[in-house]
Design a protein around this ligand. Structure first.
Ligand SMILES: [Zn+2]
Length: 231
């Protein structure tokens, strides 16, 4: 009897050990998913350029070239299709991007935001959106707390965004008037192998950013109506 009790005890201990190990793995995976992405501030000269063919997009869409490497990296890992990038007036006076679709201080107006839907998807929230949902959670593991370099992520829980609608990603940047280039933009450096993985999230302290959306990000975007359109 004693032996079998001991065996049962050992069995319970083993089960607990397995459970503990499984929980450790799960929490390590979760923290890895939410770990900071190494980022840097790019002070390189910006320019609004056509989105390259390697990043599927609607004809004519443009973007600040400083976030092109990040977009390319994302497009290599997620089946994305960009429906809008820069929205504003080009130096030659022509208009690019969607007209009147974005709010007054939208990051689209500086070419530092993109609207994303699934490649080969449609407006139904079906399986084609699964990868877009994963991308949204990668950029914003916790609602209203986007991981740098992202300034704002619009998806499920944000009015006018989400599965079946679109995912908005914007990059943090120096304040800049509409249709003008920001002095700097925060990016994740992309190496040949992929994202640089060295620890030390940022190379320098962050200068001033544009103010958050009026009323605070959480009140404006967490399910409330946003009649002025997309960010
Ligand atoms: Zn947007």
């Amino acid at each position: 009897m004693r032996r079998s009790k001991t065996r049962a005890g050992r069995g319970r201990l083993l089960a607990l050990a397995f459970l503990g190990a499984a929980m450790l793995v799960a929490s390590a995976t979760a923290s890895a998913l939410a770990a900071p992405i190494p980022t840097r501030l790019s002070y390189a000269q910006g320019e609004i350029v056509p989105i390259p063919a390697s990043v599927p997009h609607e004809a004519g869409d443009m973007i600040d070239r400083r976030i092109v490497p990040d977009l390319r990296w994302i497009a290599q890992r997620y089946p994305i299709y960009i429906t809008d990038g820069f929205s504003g007036t080009l130096p030659n006076g022509e208009h690019a991007g969607c007209r009147g679709c974005h709010v007054e201080h939208s990051d689209h107006l500086n070419g530092l935001a993109v609207d994303i839907v699934p490649l080969n998807g449609d407006s139904r929230c079906d399986g084609t959106w699964r990868a877009i949902t994963r991308l949204a959670h990668w950029a914003e593991p916790v609602q209203n707390r986007p991981r740098p370099p992202f300034r704002w992520v619009g998806y499920d829980g944000d009015a006018g965004h989400g599965c079946g609608n679109h995912l908005h990603l914007s990059w943090s940047h120096a304040p800049a008037p509409p249709s003008e280039l920001a002095q700097w933009v925060e990016v994740f450096p992309v190496t040949f192998q992929g994202v640089a993985t060295q620890p030390g999230a940022r190379s320098r302290s962050r200068p001033a950013e544009p103010p958050p959306p009026p009323g605070g990000i959480s009140t404006v975007h967490s399910g409330g109506l946003s009649p002025r359109g997309d960010w």
